[in-house]
Design a protein around this ligand. Structure first.
Ligand SMILES: Cc1cc2nc3c(=O)[nH]c(=O)nc-3n(C[C@H](O)[C@H](O)[C@H](O)COP(=O)(O)O)c2cc1C
Length: 513
């Protein structure tokens, strides 16, 4: 089995799961609706503990909550009311819609295919109105199922090699991803979706934490087997992908012998049968960490990105002033969000675009982003209709807070093609592509850097969604033709890989029938 530092595994997975004009035409895959997976993980033998219905509003402006974070050492612990909000506004059911084949339960954060492969678990000490334990969040019942009673946080301290935030965390949320629930539609490419869909969810979760005054930190460095064992997930089907530390308190006492023996709990099968895609399990195994020595060496020290001197015209970001900045509350904005299904070909303004870029890229507190404010993904734009800017291809220099025009032109048709021949990226006002130079990232973080780069793109994309909806614009995540994207932005993007795409513009409202 390749080890984390044998980075050919990540490159192999990435190359094997690229979309191209030819690959989508030669793929015989079809959606087997008779075998569609359940959208929920159900433990039939455990009664859920209902979460409170009433929602406390923080009233904090979404555009502040997505841009800021609470200093790491701020003493704070979430109570049940805060936990309820954190769960509801990141993974709760916020809308439902009937269709000919059944009903779709839409969640607070965008997710590829509305398949919702990310599950949330809580690992907490004694909290106000919530006893210490390990819990699974059940969005369908809006409740928690207790998997283990007692304080198991020391298991996470051990699994993360004593990560300082985890070692002081009143609560850690563990995000897992379930292969089949997403692979039913997206096959092998699902492992990329784990990062994207976990990331959009984390954009919401981090913003809600900030609004509640809770320090939060994303942790990707952990011993996989230990965390999966604590939750007792079957890692052939479901795997821990990220941890989010919430709050800060006194150091967790280390227990030498927390009993994490298997629980043997029954869960309802997702489908009549599942199709295996071994490539995903291979990249997961190859990006796993296995020893307590490996983890502390893994985190921190993000490789620096240096951007070449601009050669084209540059434009400073011009975010809205404080007076002009919409202050719609985070709760309202999350509930308002929904991926645009059609864009009007009407312009947005440069201050609107600048506000999105500025607020979404102020830094993510994560163990692979050190110091705070570093970033793995680079943002490239195709601008179709932004007042004050010529249509064309642009590069966003995050350090200088300016965008450089790489080439001018009307690229609506090209953008439609690059976004997997869909209308949405052709009609948007701007398409934001996330590209990353994978080699230095993998050289520093091993194959696990691949998880980090996908997750970061999902978080930044999720922040773009919220920044757009806070300004009453629309947004949607999109998939793309990998190498054609790099070619389009080259020579600037030479050697980089396409990671994520989000389109932004003015949504055309759905006609209600
Ligand atoms: C990473 C990502 C990629 C997506 N790709 C596409 C896409 O290629 N085409 C599309 O129409 N919608 C796409 N979507 C939108 C999802 O279909 C949408 O999020 C999902 O149906 C849930 O609906 P909601 O976002 O309105 O809550 C994408 C969403 C995400 C997060």
């Amino acid at each position: 089995m390749p080890e984390n530092h044998d980075i050919e595994a990540a490159l192999k997975y990435h190359n094997a799961t690229k979309h191209s004009y030819a690959s989508v035409r030669t793929n015989p895959h079809f959606l087997d609706f008779a075998n569609q997976p359940l959208p929920f993980k159900i433990y039939p033998t455990l009664e859920p503990l209902r979460l409170p219905d009433e929602m406390r509003q923080t009233g904090v402006a979404a555009l502040s909550a997505i841009a800021e974070s609470v200093p790491a050492q701020t003493n704070a612990a979430p109570d049940l009311s805060a936990i309820t909000q954190l769960l509801y506004l990141s993974a709760g059911i916020t809308r439902q819609r009937k269709y000919s084949g059944g009903e779709i339960y839409f969640r607070a954060a965008a997710c590829t295919g509305a398949l919702y492969e990310v599950e949330l678990y809580l690992v907490c000490g004694e909290l106000a109105d919530l006893p210490a334990g390990v819990y699974h969040f059940a969005p369908a019942e809006f409740g928690l199922r207790k998997l283990r009673a007692g304080d198991y946080r020391s298991v996470l301290v051990e699994a993360t090699g004593g990560e300082p935030a985890v070692a002081h965390a009143p609560l850690t949320v563990v995000c897992t991803c379930t292969y089949w629930r997403n692979a039913w539609k997206y096959q092998d490419r699902t492992y990329r979706h784990f990062g994207w869909d976990n990331g959009t969810l984390l954009a919401n979760l981090l913003a809600v934490a900030t609004a509640w005054g809770l320090p939060a930190r994303v942790v990707c460095g952990f011993i996989d087997d230990t965390v999966n064992g604590l939750l007792d997930v079957d890692s052939q089907h479901e795997v821990a992908f990220s941890l989010v530390v919430l709050g800060h308190g006194s150091a967790i006492p280390l227990q030498s012998s927390a009993d994490t023996s298997p629980l043997g709990l029954e869960t309802v099968p997702l489908s009549r049968h599942e199709v295996d895609y071994p490539l995903m399990r291979e990249i997961h195994a190859a990006s796993s960490l296995r020893s307590t020595e490996e983890v502390p060496a893994w985190r921190g020290h993000t490789p620096p990105s240096s951007f070449p001197q601009p050669t084209g015209p540059v434009f400073q970001l011009r975010p809205l002033s404080d007076d002009e900045m919409p202050c719609d509350a985070l709760e309202q904005v999350i509930l308002r969000r929904g991926s645009s299904r059609k864009f009007a070909r009407t312009p947005i303004t440069l201050p609107q675009l600048s506000t999105i870029l500025d607020r979404a890229t102020r830094g993510v507190p994560a163990d692979f982003l050190d110091p705070l404010g570093t970033q793995l993904n680079h943002l490239y734009l195709i601008i179709h209709a932004v007042e004050g800017l010529e249509p064309g291809a642009y590069f966003f220099d995050r350090d200088r807070r300016e965008i450089e025009c790489l080439k001018q032109g009307n690229f609506r048709d090209v953008a439609g093609y690059l976004g997997l021949e869909q209308q949405l990226p052709a009609d948007a006002a701007v398409d934001i592509f996330f590209l990353a130079d994978l080699r230095p990232i993998l050289q520093r973080f091993g194959n696990r850097g691949y998880r980090a780069v996908q997750l970061e793109a999902g978080i930044l994309g999720g922040k773009c969604y919220l920044a757009a909806y806070a300004q009453r614009l629309g947004a949607t995540g999109l998939t793309f033709y990998d190498d054609d994207v790099t070619r389009f932005f080259s020579p600037n993007a030479e050697g980089k890989n396409a990671i994520f795409l989000v389109a932004i513009g003015n949504s055309v409202k759905r006609q209600s029938s």
